[in-house]
Design a protein around this ligand. Structure first.
Ligand code: AMP
Ligand code: TRP
Length: 379
């Protein structure tokens, strides 16, 4: 369903009056409490993998189902900070949306939208970019990691965390469920919110990162357990994707890098490869690592890999089929993204208007009249 202009205005008015009430309340009580709102994003650079699922998306679904106000973005503008094939990018946007739906994101309960459809993200990004320094951005670990992979560093890669700040602040989010790799980016978001509030008055909540416990918040690459599982890793065998077939899963588990000790013990420091497999097993079954080790006494790592593969195959197969089902209905995915953009746009426009006004960019009715008067004087 596409919202009509009338309906959009109605929602905008409703939202404005709610915000105004909040602002009035904020003047009345010194300690202002922002309404709880969740925002997070995922890049459509490839298929969603187990690190994304357990590190972030599972939490997204839980928060949605707990009735929280949740907004989730397909962060396509972030994905073009490194070169993307346009055809792949387009189909990845559809595929990641289909995967999120299959994982349980419900467009009636969440706002699910494509970032580039809302121009206020880049407008706020520019505004926030004027409040931070190049030195501060150069120290962010995700920038250091990604810039090390390219010869010529694109400006977008440098500015990436500011765009992420704009994503979150545009919706005045209070909580941001992410994997551990994002915590430094979140510190920048908090820093920018504070700078803006100090300079222009109370405008943004200071959002908190919601990070899963340490074993989940950074699942490791199957090929090199010293690295995180990642969409951008060259070798597809380094990650298990939600859309992998049972054969892919078996192959990837068999090829997972372990070590020369044969029994199954959980020691993330000394045996990171085996520990990573046990963690995945534990996440899918709810068993704790000690129970898993006990259940698999007597197996060597080669045979244990087959056990893990079977657990993953069984859990992922229904999801994979659901993704395929959604992918066979591209109009439905389009409709979901249209509805999401309509809803996101209402909030984004409201915040941007507030920001523009505070920064002095907004020519409102009053100042427009002054301008006409001074124009007359000139003529
Ligand atoms: P990205 O793939 O970079 O768009 O990440 C989307 C979300 O998944 C972010 O919240 C990341 O922190 C999270 N994430 C990505 N890789 C991992 C991983 N290996 N382990 C845990 N969480 C991850
Ligand atoms: N930077 C995040 C990542 O690489 C994706 C992202 C974009 C995001 N905008 C966001 C995450 C806003 C949380 C909030 O994984």
């Amino acid at each position: 369903m596409v919202l009509t202009v009338g309906r959009r205005l109605h929602i905008l008015n409703e939202y404005s009056s709610r915000c105004l009430k909040q602002v009035r309340r904020s003047h009345a009580t010194e300690t202002f409490k922002w309404s709880h709102r969740v925002f997070s994003g995922i890049q459509p650079t490839g298929s969603m993998h187990l690190g994304n699922y357990f590190g972030a998306v599972q939490k997204w679904v839980e928060m949605q189902n707990a009735g929280e106000s949740v907004i989730y973005s397909i962060a396509d503008l972030h994905s073009i900070t490194l070169p993307q094939d346009p055809k792949h990018l387009h189909s990845n946007i559809l595929q990641i949306t289909a995967t999120l739906l299959a994982c349980g994101i419900d467009p009636d309960k969440s706002i699910l939208f494509q970032q580039s459809r809302i121009p206020e993200h880049t407008q706020l990004c520019w505004t926030l970019g004027c409040l931070t320094t190049m030195a501060r951005l150069a120290h962010i670990p995700t920038y250091k990691e990604k810039s090390a992979t390219v010869k010529e560093v694109p400006l977008g890669l440098y500015v990436y965390p500011v765009l992420q700040a704009a994503d979150i602040l545009l919706y005045r989010a209070t909580h941001v469920p992410v994997g551990e790799d994002q915590t430094h980016n979140l510190e920048l978001v908090q820093h920018l919110a504070k700078i803006f509030n100090n300079r222009y008055g109370h405008t943004f909540p200071i959002p908190k990162a919601v990070v899963a416990d340490s074993s989940i918040s950074r699942l490791k690459s199957l090929r090199d357990p010293s690295k995180k599982m990642s969409k951008s890793e060259q070798d597809p065998k380094s990650r298990i994707e939600i859309t992998d077939t049972p054969d892919d899963i078996l192959e990837k588990c068999k090829k997972a890098l372990t070590d020369f000790t044969s029994e199954i013990t959980f020691d993330p420091e000394k045996r990171p490869g085996v520990a990573n497999l046990i963690t995945i097993h534990s996440l899918f079954t709810g068993l704790d690592p000690a129970e898993i080790c006990e259940q698999n006494i007597g197996l060597d790592t080669g045979r244990y890999k087959l056990v893990v593969a079977e657990v993953i195959q069984e859990k992922l197969e229904p999801l994979r089929q659901q993704v395929q089902q959604y992918m066979s209905e591209p109009q439905y995915i389009e409709e979901v993204l249209n509805r999401g953009a309509d809803k996101a746009s209402v909030i984004a426009q409201q915040t941007w208007l507030d920001v523009k006004t505070k920064v002095g960019l907004q020519i409102n009715e009053g100042s427009y009249r002054c301008l006409q008067v001074s124009e007359k004087r000139v003529m």
